[in-house]
Design a protein around this ligand. Structure first.
Ligand SMILES: CC(C)(COP(=O)(O)OP(=O)(O)OC[C@H]1O[C@@H](n2cnc3c(N)ncnc32)[C@H](O)[C@@H]1OP(=O)(O)O)[C@@H](O)C(=O)NCCC(=O)NCCS
Length: 157
């Protein structure tokens, strides 16, 4: 997904507003989760996001999103954000983040999604790490007991 940073997207320093960028991240990752599941999806959580360098008015922002792993009804999506200033020829990776979406039926109830089979080395690495990240976010959301987080034993023991 590609966006041009326009005046209405910026703060008073002429930098892209973080909230606008998070909105674009939500949209691109929701589309990715919809494509995997062929379902309506809702955002369940967004992992921590840090903005190190500002993105400026007039920059072109490119967001990529891919489902890294599907669990039962939930899917983890990996988002990468790049900013490019075309006149000056500069481009940098702004940040990356993981969002979780849940596929739901027309009544808003979670519904199972197809499994995801990773193929490339990068996809396999993201797939492997997804279980650990899922457990961490569920513990932090108080939806899993720390003692049940099998992948996090070294942190909680
Ligand atoms: C996300 C939501 C559908 C979960 O519904 P629920 O009745 O709590 O369902 P369950 O407890 O059965 O959990 C369903 C899935 O959501 C996942 N989930 C729930 N809360 C989560 C969280 N904070 N982070 C990550 N995953 C979460 C569960 O792990 C489970 O995944 P699985 O099916 O792959 O194992 C529900 O909380 C909801 O509709 N939230 C609002 C979503 C929304 O409106 N988002 C936009 C912002 S307002």
């Amino acid at each position: 997904m590609t966006e041009l940073v326009l005046p209405n997207d910026t703060n008073t320093l002429n930098n892209l507003m973080g909230g606008r960028l998070m909105h674009w991240m939500d949209v691109v990752s929701a589309i990715s989760a919809q494509k995997h599941s062929n379902r309506i999806v809702v955002t369940a959580s967004a992992d921590n996001i840090s903005f190190r360098n500002p993105i400026q008015l007039g920059d072109v922002v490119t967001l990529t999103a891919k489902v890294t792993r599907a669990f039962n009804s939930s899917m983890e999506v990996y988002i990468e954000v790049f900013a490019e200033n075309i006149p000056s020829g500069t481009k940098f990776k702004s940040h990356s983040a993981f969002f979780t979406f849940v596929a739901v039926d027309q009544g808003g109830r979670p519904i199972d999604v197809p499994e995801l089979v990773p193929e490339t080395a990068e996809e396999k690495e993201l797939f492997e790490g997804a279980l650990r990240r899922r457990q961490l976010r569920l513990v932090l959301a108080k939806r899993m007991k720390p003692e049940d987080a099998t992948e996090l034993k070294s942190i909680f023991d």
